[in-house]
Design a protein around this ligand. Structure first.
Ligand SMILES: [Fe+2]
Ligand SMILES: [Fe+2]
Length: 153
């Protein structure tokens, strides 16, 4: 079943919500029957998903550091653990194992829980500051520097 964006996934920090929605779009590409029937197409979606998710994590971790979130380190550890899980699925897919269905379910569950629990936790604590920092778009400021993680990849 495709992952549907519901209002309870909104953190209220626009740039973060847009990044999360983009991750959902990648996850949902794994539902496309044409993609599922094509080993290479799945590989490409997984690469794009991993790439984009890494950029989002780097952006979010930088934001948490910028606003002095006290649990920035454990939050990063959760991100790192997820990337390890995703990478291991990628390896299994590369080896020819039929993992897509299980992987799709894991991605939906993980992302929903992570946003609702871990991301909402930092927003509850430092959301006002984070909003201010992400809306200040001046050249050379935190935002323009942090966005470079997306252009690099
Ligand atoms: Fe996060
Ligand atoms: Fe996030």
């Amino acid at each position: 079943m495709a992952m549907v964006w519901t209002s309870d996934l909104n953190t209220g920090i626009d740039v973060i919500d847009r990044q999360h929605q983009r991750i959902v779009d990648y996850i949902n590409q794994l539902e496309d029957p044409a993609t599922r029937a094509d080993h290479q197409a799945i590989s490409r979606v997984l690469e794009d998903l991993a790439d984009y998710t890494l950029s989002h994590f780097a952006f979010e971790e930088s934001l948490q550091e910028e606003v002095g979130y006290q649990y920035a380190k454990p939050h990063k550890a959760v991100h790192d653990m997820f990337i390890k899980r995703l990478t291991s699925y990628q390896h299994r897919h590369d080896a020819g194992e039929p993992v897509v269905e299980q992987l799709h379910a894991m991605l939906c569950t993980w992302l929903t829980h992570h946003i609702k629990r871990d991301d909402m936790a930092y927003v509850a604590e430092v959301g006002a500051k984070a909003k201010q920092v992400t809306e200040d778009r001046k050249e050379g400021g935190w935002f323009s520097r942090a966005m470079k993680v997306f252009r690099k990849r």
